[in-house]
Design a protein around this ligand. Structure first.
Ligand code: NDP
Length: 246
């Protein structure tokens, strides 16, 4: 992967940060986008550079078509066309269905699903031209099995899986693969706020018996981004301690 250009959306914190650092260790140049948290993104950039890679930060909302166009242009000017896209930016607005507000539904779909679409569309032409590309999108086990109180999130994450399979079919013969990783419960700020009884309940469904680390998701993303995964496309790889066995 030496010298390849990678873009990790939502790489300011959590799983995205771990992916950015792991790709840096594989020798890619790393562009990182985030929405608001400058301080966290600066820390990601420091870690990526410490791992020996060039890093550029972009404050950019994946749900905005204009922001994404500027993001992809910016990465291209800094490093060249994006060759490895990791659609990681994601958010939650949990509520039970009877109380779900339109804004909660729309915000989650806009960031998780539309963001994946906008970024993928923006990089695809360059990948087709180069006859090489890797698109890795971060879904969730919730997109596979659902979760009470997260119908909006589950719909967005299941949507990413169908979206990815379609892209895999469209551009498979151009040297481009598109895959999804579906993390289970991973230790990040997204899960830090969960009440203890929910964490205990979740752990009861995880054969490996603990929450996952962001680095464990990053390892699988790095595999899918590499040359060794050239014949793997349209797949969903769960990184969940065995929670969902397909
Ligand atoms: P965090 O909340 O820790 O980090 C989310 C990152 O995404 C931040 O960098 C944030 O930017 C960025 N982001 C959020 N919304 C936008 C947006 N509209 N535009 C650009 N960037 C945005 O999340 P995790 O690391 O836990 O999750 C990463 C991905 O993994 C998500 O897609 C999530 O759904 C998925 N996932 C996580 C699981 C877990 O257990 N943690 C389980 C399954 C899936 P900023 O820092 O500026 O706010």
């Amino acid at each position: 992967m030496e010298g390849r250009v990678a873009l990790v959306t939502g790489g300011g914190r959590g799983i995205g940060r771990a992916i950015a650092v792991r790709l840096a260790e594989s020798g890619t140049k790393v562009a990182v986008s985030y929405r608001t948290n400058d301080e966290a993104a600066e820390e990601t950039a420091r870690l990526v550079r410490e791992a020996g890679a060039e890093c550029e930060l972009f404050k950019s909302d994946v749900a905005s078509s204009d922001d994404v166009a500027a993001l992809i242009k910016g990465v291209s000017e800094a490093f060249g066309p994006v060759e490895i896209l990791v659609n990681n930016a994601g958010t939650t607005r949990d509520n039970i269905m009877m109380r779900m507000k339109d804004a909660q539904f729309d915000e989650v779909i806009a960031t998780n699903l539309k963001g994946t679409y906008l970024c993928t569309r923006a990089v695809l032409r360059g990948m087709v031209r180069a006859r090489w590309g890797r698109i890795i999108s971060v879904s969730s086990v919730v997109g596979l099995i659902g979760n009470a109180g997260q119908a909006n999130y589950a719909a967005s994450k299941a949507g990413i899986i169908g979206f990815t399979k379609s892209i895999a079919r469209e551009v498979g013969n151009r040297g481009i693969t598109a895959n999804t990783v579906a993390p289970g419960y991973i230790k990040t700020e997204l899960t830090a706020g969960l009440p203890e009884e929910i964490t205990e309940r979740v752990l009861g469904q995880v054969p490996i018996g603990r929450l996952g680390e962001p680095e464990e998701v990053a390892e699988v993303v790095a595999f899918l981004a590499g040359e060794g995964a050239a014949y793997v496309t349209g797949q969903t790889l769960a990184v969940d301690g065995g929670m969902v066995m397909q």
